[in-house]
Design a protein around this ligand. Structure first.
Ligand code: SAM
Length: 277
């Protein structure tokens, strides 16, 4: 049996009774950083062997773990913080267990994305979680451009070093969007800030961004592309709207419109050419 056990994202008290009881019954516990997790286990008097299991060891260790599980061992998987498998190691192992009919049980608990979105004041009926934004500025800008089409809240993990760069891209792509930054949730310096990209950039103009960050972007309030409104537009009008609304180049807009309409890029390109002639 594999138990996925959620652990705190800051405040050590944010762990369930069931999580502690489960960890106490495991044959051993897989974790990312043994020194880090040792602190948690000591705090809750959980005396079980800890084995390191991180992103880079996931596939090479998998065979041994599967072997132990098939032999009837009970293994707990935790990460440095929050829910295993959510931007943390675990999902490949779970996939393998599922494919081999090995039981997997999740013990729910803290998750930074859910904690952040629930306290954001943004739309919680519909949200997309995209994990970490790409590191490279160009890729990140393109990714953000795509995310901005989503008709609900977008939730991302972001490094403090790149937050201002991402906000700068958002200032260019979606200057009116409401953005919420949740920082250091459940910790001493917890704060949740809301504003436009410009306002948030100004907030960090004279101070470095520190700590752990969840960046959230509201849906467009102008709702230029909500529902199937685009169906009323010709492909050319649709391309022009995307160019203006999201500060895209014509080529970027054609690509995006083709994706939204589920047709090849060339169809949109030809339609806009026909319109021009
Ligand atoms: N598995 C974790 C979870 O369930 O939230 C996420 C692990 S991921 C490697 C770490 C990222 O989660 C951080 O870089 C940050 O973006 C976010 N995060 C984790 N703890 C946080 C906290 N206390 N406050 C804000 N964001 C946090």
């Amino acid at each position: 049996m594999l138990y996925l056990v959620a652990t705190p994202i800051g405040n050590l008290s944010d762990i369930t009774y069931r999580a502690i009881e489960t960890l106490k019954t495991c044959d051993y516990i897989l974790c990312e950083d043994t020194r880090h997790s040792k602190g948690l286990l000591t705090h809750y008097d959980i005396q079980k062997p800890l084995r390191s299991f991180h992103k880079f060891s996931e596939s090479s260790q998998e065979k041994g773990i599967i072997h132990d599980l098939q032999a009837g061992k009970t293994i707990g998987l935790i990460s440095d913080a929050g829910t295993p498998g959510i931007s943390d190691p675990g999902s490949a192992l779970v996939k393998e267990c599922r494919s081999q009919a090995i039981p997997v049980i999740a013990i729910p608990g803290a998750c930074a994305a859910i904690t952040a979105v629930s306290s954001s004041g943004l739309n919680t009926d519909r949200f997309q979680f995209v994990g970490f934004l790409p590191r490279k500025q160009n890729e990140r800008r393109h990714f953000l451009q795509e995310l901005l089409q989503y008709p609900g809240t977008t939730v991302c993990y972001e490094s403090p070093n790149r937050l201002v760069d991402s906000l700068t891209s958002l200032l260019e792509l979606a200057p009116k969007r409401k953005i919420v930054v949740a920082r250091e949730l459940t910790k001493k310096f917890e704060e949740v800030l809301q504003g436009t990209a410009e306002e948030l950039i100004a907030h960090w103009r004279d101070q470095a961004v520190r700590g752990e960050i969840v960046l959230m972007i509201s849906e467009s309030e102008e709702e230029v592309l909500s529902g199937s409104e685009w169906e009323k537009l010709s492909p050319d009008e649709h391309v022009s709207l995307m160019e203006q609304s999201y500060h895209m180049t014509r080529n970027e807009a054609i690509k995006m419109v083709a994706q939204i309409r589920g047709v090849p890029k060339r169809t949109i390109y030809n339609a806009s050419l026909t319109n021009k002639n």
